[in-house]
Design a binder for this molecule. Structure first.
Ligand code: R1P
Ligand code: MN
Ligand code: MN
Length: 404
């Protein structure tokens, strides 16, 4: 009789990782930076009482020397720690796969050039196979800025906007009505096939709507086309053993639909949390509800909006008691992240950070899990929790969850 609920607060880092210098990210700290800016601009401290009650602030203080302007809780109930990443990249698939016990130890392909980023041969093949009259963009860009810049030209010419970043991604923005959503998804599927030889981790469809640069806005119909994880994840092992993995949000896309029993889409924090709560009420034994909260990353981290990020965290915190109340005795709640995205850091990219690892089960005392050397400790713990064969990576902290 075991169930687990994992919520990935996408990009919620708690301090630069030991290897952050390799990424130019020494000193990045998503939580500390948000709290600092929040206090400065709003004139009050960021309030996260429920996250603090699960040990967030203790974990964050242990992970970094930086001041965290968030009140700690007097009393913590739960197991709390912070984890460094083994994977070579600081991208979403690497983070998620490592959480599920499979770090990405090889190097992804990247489009390093800031402009003229894509090989001519690739562009020609893509245009020939899809029939588009050419592409726009062909550069590193922020997905919202590039709509302002190239949205009109896209609508006029029918050329999709293709861009990338420091991540191993090929992103395609197109107007849902003028270009068509189905056409965009088909275009991305062709791109996915052509990009395998370039070792690119993800193709992302970025549909948008609107009438001009001031109103162009991305819709909830984003789709991610990922390559397969390099080895079976704990999700595969659980489903193969007869358990159920329920994906909420973009989880299924990130795991390339491997080891997923059911997939539910929802747009926005409120709907993602509502769907998670609904599934918690229905879940059978031996099931894992796995939710990705993309808004933190997509709407605030990459947008370099610390106040929006802080407000979203406060909203999440305000809904945490509902999640905790919905837990039955045999359900483990696990809150974590997949990388950092410090909204005060230069540029618009992710930041190489420790992730928080917060676990809670009814009646738990406080347990310090300390520093974990891989996100895979989570996957290994899940393997233990569901009595599956051990994963190849990660140290389980399962025993620490049960001895109190
Ligand atoms: O600027 P947007 O389109 O949100 O792109 C961001 O989203 C991608 C996936 O997280 C990253 O590679 C980053 O570039
Ligand atoms: Mn992410
Ligand atoms: Mn991101």
């Amino acid at each position: 009789m075991t169930k687990a609920v994992i919520l990935v607060l996408d990009s919620f880092g708690v301090g630069s990782a030991p290897d952050a210098a390799r990424f130019g990210d020494v000193g990045a700290n998503t939580l500390a930076s948000i709290a600092r800016e929040f206090a400065k601009i709003k004139g009050r401290q960021l309030e996260l009482p429920n996250l603090a009650g699960l040990g967030l602030i203790r974990a964050a203080k242990a992970a970094s020397d930086q001041t965290i302007l968030v009140q700690d809780a007097d009393k913590v109930a739960g197991a709390y720690g912070y984890a460094a990443e083994l994977s070579s990249g600081k991208d979403t698939p690497s983070g998620h796969w490592e959480i599920a016990g499979v770090p990405v130890l090889f190097d992804w392909g990247y489009f390093d050039q800031k402009t003229a980023s894509f090989p001519q041969a690739l562009i020609e093949q893509l245009c020939a196979e899809t029939g588009v009259p050419g592409i726009l963009g062909n550069c590193h860009a922020s997905g919202t800025e590039i709509l302002k810049k190239l949205g009109d030209e896209h609508v006029q010419t029918g050329k999709p906007i293709c861009y990338t970043s420091a991540d191993s991604v090929f992103q395609v923005a197109a107007h849902e009505e003028h270009f068509g959503l189905e056409r965009l998804l088909n275009f991305c599927q062709v791109a996915r096939r052509l990009l395998d030889e370039y070792n690119i981790g993800r193709v992302i469809a970025r549909p948008f709507l609107g009438d001009g640069p001031d109103s162009y806005a991305r819709t909830g119909n984003r789709r991610d086309y990922s390559v397969l994880p390099p080895a079976p994840t704990v999700l595969d092992k659980l489903t193969q053993a007869g358990g159920e993995v329920i994906s909420i949000g973009k989880i299924a896309d990130i795991y390339a639909h491997q080891g997923i029993s059911r997939s539910l889409k929802a747009t926005g924090l409120t709907a993602l949390l509502d769907t998670t709560l609904q599934q918690m009420q229905q879940a059978d034994s031996n099931s894992l509800i796995f939710t990705n909260l993309v808004d933190f990353d997509q709407n605030y981290g990459h947008r370099r909006d610390p106040i929006g990020y802080g407000e979203a965290l406060e909203y999440f915190d305000s809904r945490l008691p509902e999640l905790i109340a919905a837990l039955d005795d045999d359900t483990l709640l696990l809150l974590t992240a997949d990388h950092g995205c410090d909204p005060t850091w230069p540029g618009t990219e992710h930041t190489r950070e420790f992730i928080p690892v917060l676990c809670y089960r009814k009646g738990m005392a406080d347990v310090d899990l300390g520093q974990r050397n891989s996100f895979a400790d989570i996957g290994q713990t899940l393997a233990d929790l569901f009595s599956l064969e051990a994963m190849s990576y990660g140290d389980s902290f399962f025993k620490q969850l049960t001895t109190n």
